[in-house]
Design a protein around this ligand. Structure first.
Ligand code: MF3
Ligand code: CO
Length: 274
């Protein structure tokens, strides 16, 4: 017997249009934060930049107040993997890396994305870590195809990471459906066999977010109740985009170009809507 399939929200074209607006707010904010990243900048400064973009756009934050979360971004530096809380005491230093995760709501519809930014001069193996993570996200996005199955994405992410090098793939966290809420069904593992799970259909929107480390995959939550750190102290990277599936192709809603350039490199043409 098959387990009851979880319901995955199907969006109309119009709703996906609103998610695109949210996605563009996220893209703009991440672009401004990335440009501001430098030694001496605090993670609270980055949060302030995101708040300014939300204000200018008339959009709402997805994270602030989510299960009591106290900021509009998550900022996770070096051995922190995800869900770090920005503070005025956390000062970026030359050689650091920082995952900046941000979500915005427009007319009730969410966009969610993350980048790993480099602070000044970063060691080559750490740059390679971030590049491997970003590439695995794009390989996962390229595998999100109408009539394919959910774990095609998981498999593509894992295969991509393994081909890039000997990295830890964080297993306790993963991607998710997104739409009228930030976190919706289905949960998307960053590893596994292809061809399993629900069939992917037009109108679905998914956030794909690999997290990988230079060491082991094990993580622990810190006493603040949020920050996720590697157990072995190895540094971690995290990248994320929100993609909508349309009948004529994907649309990466949180990428300025809709994902056109990166997906073309992987043989995928984005939707005409993009
Ligand atoms: N954006 C994160 C994710 O990608 C979730 C942030 S948790 C919050 O799923 F509490 F900070 F909102
Ligand atoms: Co997410």
């Amino acid at each position: 017997m098959r387990a009851t399939p979880e319901r995955i929200q199907l969006k109309t074209r119009e709703q996906i249009g609103l998610m695109r607006e949210a996605g563009l707010v996220v893209a703009r904010a991440l672009g401004e934060m990335r440009a501001a990243v430098a030694p001496g900048v605090t993670t609270a400064d980055l949060d302030e930049i995101a708040r300014g973009v939300l204000r200018d756009a008339g959009a709402k934050p997805s994270f602030l107040g989510y299960h009591g979360y106290p900021a509009v971004i998550c900022s996770s530096r070096n051995d922190k993997v995800v869900h770090g809380i920005p503070t005025a005491a956390e000062i970026l230093a030359d050689g650091d890396i920082i995952s900046i995760d941000f979500g915005a709501i427009v007319d009730g519809w969410h966009g969610d994305a993350a980048i790993t930014a480099l602070v000044g001069d970063v060691a080559p193996d750490v740059v390679a870590l971030s590049q491997a993570c970003e590439a695995s996200m794009w390989d996962g996005l390229a595998a999100a195809r109408v009539n394919g199955r959910l774990t095609d994405i998981s498999h593509a992410v894992e295969t991509s990471v393994r081909k890039s090098g000997k990295y830890g793939i964080v297993t306790g966290y993963g991607g998710h459906g997104i739409g009228s809420e930030m976190h919706m069904a289905p949960h998307i593992l960053n590893h596994g066999r292809p061809g399993k799970g629900p069939r992917l259909l037009p109108g679905m929107a998914l956030a794909i977010e690999p997290m990988i480390t230079l060491g082991r995959r094990n993580t622990e939550e810190l006493d603040d109740g949020w920050t996720v750190s590697t157990v072995d102290g190895s540094w971690a990277a995290h990248w994320e985009h929100t993609v909508a599936l349309l009948d004529d192709g994907p649309w990466v809603l949180t990428a300025e170009d809709g994902g056109r350039a990166e997906l073309a490199q992987r043989g995928i043409t984005v939707s005409a809507a993009a």
